[in-house]
Ligand binder design. Structure first.
Ligand SMILES: [Zn+2]
Ligand SMILES: [Zn+2]
Length: 140
């Protein structure tokens, strides 16, 4: 599969029991349908840092840009930009056909961090904390 952003080949890398496809060139990550939930369930944090430390940034073979912003899996399907969030909006590009999603550098970790914040809010039983989170978001 090719990176939808820069055209470099994606590398399959293991994170817990999920295999993510990472672009070693622009550090984006492709998640297939359900993989984000699995990562969130497992409580994984700082996945990108971990991958960087473990696998570094080997030079990725560059290919053409003809797949730009198209699903690396379905090839002919264009990706649509969306915002997903519980606590803070994170941009992602998703495929309407296979429901895979493309996350730019640092966006995966933001999403995982987001889940942690949400859990804390729920643990604190906080309608109040939830509202505070929303207010903080509106102020940005
Ligand atoms: Zn890339
Ligand atoms: Zn797709």
């Amino acid at each position: 599969m090719k990176c939808p952003k820069c055209g470099a080949g994606l590398t399959a890398l293991p994170v817990d029991d999920v295999t993510v496809d990472k672009c070693q060139s622009c550090d984006g990550i492709w998640l297939e349908y359900g993989e984000l939930e699995k990562l969130r369930e497992s409580g994984a944090q700082s996945v990108e840092e971990m991958l960087e430390a473990e696998f570094g940034n080997p030079p990725a073979p560059m290919t053409s840009l003809d797949g730009y912003l198209r699903c690396p899996h379905c090839v002919d399907i264009g990706l649509r930009t969306n915002y997903v969030s519980y606590m803070q909006p994170v941009k992602m590009d998703h495929c309407v056909q296979c429901f895979g999603m493309w996350l730019d550098k640092n966006e995966l970790d933001k999403l995982l961090e987001d889940k942690k914040q949400l859990d804390q809010v729920q643990v604190n039983g906080g309608m109040k904390a939830m509202l505070a989170g929303m207010m903080a978001r509106l102020k940005k």
